[in-house]
Unconditional design. Structure first.
Length: 337
């Protein structure tokens, strides 16, 4: 009985057409409409490996590969980058170094110095590859710190003014990374290195931040000081012709509002200044944590404002926190006053 039912069902499903009075028309599914073939250009695509240099056209074809420059617009203070501002910032060659105070400051400073020596030995003169790898790590501390302060705000049901600052730092470092990816794409071996380093560094930094948040901010401050030196070294290589200059990525021009025709050197100048800001912010946060412990303050009482930044001669901070070059007319008015 069961077998006969199965046979009947099989016959009904078969694509044969019966003849005669009781014949039924076989309905077939309509043919799918023609759709354009979409070629995926994912980050792990085979056409983007082996360190290939990518053009702006390839980035335009890959909407998933380029972050929107409008996301976290407050993640940089340089949203009106004029040629005058680039000239002023380009003249800088160093930033103030904060001398270690206490045992933990000395320890994290030695760790950063060791990492500097190890990086010099590994990357040697491949500074663009070094910059790209640096940004894959530099975006981790801000995200870890922002996450920890976010969770703390939820637990204590109180506002925390540091969340946005730390997440802006992580976003800014991520934009740095995607700007360098327009110049150089990592190979498969380099991608595995990125994954391994990120796993180790994220785990270690998370555990350290839970136990020693002040030392973690001091560590990032010293790390950003070394990043400033690395980008200064890269600028020297570009100026000497050891590294060929090229047009800046469209993402960089949009994100920092750079003038059309800006170059990779101009982008490096602005990235270097972002790193200097991160150094000042994290050193200030480490100092503030000490004040919090002594005065029994809470994070709702302190805010990272423009007072933590060093004013570069020839620039000023306009409402909203944007750094701009002082115009010639404003300079003349200052001289008259």
């Amino acid at each position: 009985m069961l077998a006969s039912r199965l046979v009947k069902r099989f016959k009904c499903a078969a694509p044969a057409v019966k003849s005669g009075r009781n014949a039924k028309t076989l309905r077939t599914a309509p043919a799918p409409s023609a759709r354009p073939t979409v070629v995926s250009r994912s980050f792990l695509g085979s056409d983007l490996i082996r360190g290939r240099t990518n053009s702006n056209q390839e980035f335009a074809e890959n909407p998933k590969g380029v972050p929107s420059s409008q996301y976290h617009r407050t993640s940089t203070r340089y949203t009106n980058t004029t040629p005058e501002l680039l000239q002023i910032l380009s003249a800088k060659d160093s930033i103030p170094h904060r001398e270690p105070q206490g045992l933990m400051d000395g320890l994290v400073n030695r760790i950063v110095r060791f990492l500097r020596v190890a990086s010099d030995a590994y990357f040697k003169d491949d500074l663009i590859y070094r910059a790209m790898m640096l940004e894959t790590v530099a975006a981790v501390p801000g995200m870890v710190g922002g996450m920890m302060h976010h969770l703390r705000s939820l637990r204590r049901v109180e506002n925390d003014n540091w969340i946005r600052t730390l997440l802006d730092e992580a976003e800014n470092e991520r934009i740095h990374l995607f700007c360098w990816l327009d110049v150089l794409r990592p190979t498969w071996s380099q991608k595995w290195l990125i994954i391994s380093v990120q796993a180790v560094f994220f785990t270690g930094f998370l555990g350290a931040y839970i136990l020693f948040p002040k030392s973690c901010h001091r560590f990032v401050g010293y790390l950003e000081e070394e990043a400033f030196k690395t980008y200064t070294h890269l600028l020297e290589y570009i100026d000497s012709g050891k590294i060929k200059d090229r047009p800046a990525p469209k993402l960089a021009i949009d994100y920092w509002n750079m003038p059309e025709g800006s170059t990779m050197r101009d982008m490096t100048v602005i990235i270097r200044e972002d790193e200097a800001d991160h150094a000042r912010v994290n050193h200030s946060m480490a100092n503030m944590i000490t004040s919090l412990r002594k005065r029994d303050m809470v994070y709702t009482d302190i805010t990272i404002d423009d007072s933590v930044f060093e004013t570069v001669p020839g620039t000023h901070i306009v409402p909203g926190g944007t750094v701009e070059a002082i115009s010639k007319a404003a300079k003349q008015n200052e001289k008259k006053l």
